[in-house]
Ligand binder design. Sequence first.
Ligand code: SF4
Length: 440
Amino acid sequence: MSAPKKLYIKTYGCQMNVYDSERMAESLGGQGYVETQSPDDADMILLNTCHIREKAAEKVYSELGRFKGLKAQKPDLKIGVAGCVAQAEGEEIMRRQPLVDLVVGPQSYHRLPEMEAKAGAGAKVLDTDFPEEDKFEKLARRPKAKRGPTAFLTVQEGCDKFCAFCVVPYTRGAEVSRPVDRVLREAEDLVERGVREITLLGQNVNAYHGAGPDGDMTLAQLIWELDKVEGLERIRFTTSHPNDMMDDLIEAHATCKKLMPYLHLPVQAGSDKILKRMNRSHTADSYLRLIERIRAARPDILISGDFIVGFPEETEEDFQATLDLVEEVTYGTAYSFKYSTRPGTPAAERAQVDPAEADDRLRRLQALLTRQQRQVQDSMVGREVGVLFEKAGRLPGQMVGKSDYLHAVHVADCDAQPGELRRVRIVSSGTNSLAGELIG
Ligand code: SF4
């Protein structure tokens, strides 16, 4: 029997890319590939790229340049670029970096085995189509391995919102939802393979409207269907848009036991002028009223957010409105970035904020968010929470898992196994994690 070929995938960016990388590895498993952690051992290297940060494409080109020596030593090594930079740059990648054998956009992953075969025969292969067929269905037929206790499951892709700073509508295309029966089938399959917690993914996940037996279903209706899957213990979803936070989803947070009390709900800025310029189609006040309604339904819910500072034309007063909004909400966790231009987006053409000023605003915002994060984490001490254990910790006898609120929790002298959901009393709060003890 010939030795398996080795696949090295480097994943950049969001959880959806992590999910896509897993699926690409599975699909190439059918071609005899097993994953390796080192590019030096690989027969194929795939960079699954993200276009969200500044100069994303330049970073990919410089990363590719690093494989030059490897390719010279191993001429049969195949190098591929996947993800949003692949979609945005297309043919340009092969023109600028001739060592690349294949370029595959996010909607064409299911064609990877055929592309790999063509690349193996010496062809240069490019596929950045938005094909009609369901890529998830094609990928789902590939052989599958045992899984850890948590998994991502993409239920929705693309976005029709066109925020002025975002490339997603261009790289991932229009909003599409997967049919309910296919999501359920994949969830059941994941549970059979050992998964206990599923995070439903979508660029705009709460706009989900997948076909069900009696017409389209909302995300909340999908969650209630998943609630019936035996062996599935926890459900999460990300990322949501405030305008798609419907009443039934808020209600599900109050009543569905499997739906975890954690909500990532980006606001991006606190100034209505900037929100308008961002084309966010909500105001600071409508966001705050929404948070109030969500907290009325589920008082202990942990709110997570995304922020962009230094958006074109943001004044100190606008930025102050962001700080005020953060003070009012209290975020348990948040991601904050300095605005960076993404070519092709409307905001790229506008007057940019002085970079030193933007740096200073980011520093001030992050100081506030870090303080809130620590405050929320510290407030867990003394509370009983569910912890889904994932793996052994660094210390002997220690196990690590995630709380209902997505905090990492370490438990010493712990007899829980990976995949077990146990009640834990939180005894202390560290820099980025909590420590607890098993109850009973
Ligand atoms: S809603 Fe999210 S994915 Fe859609 S355009 Fe805005 S930032 Fe991008």
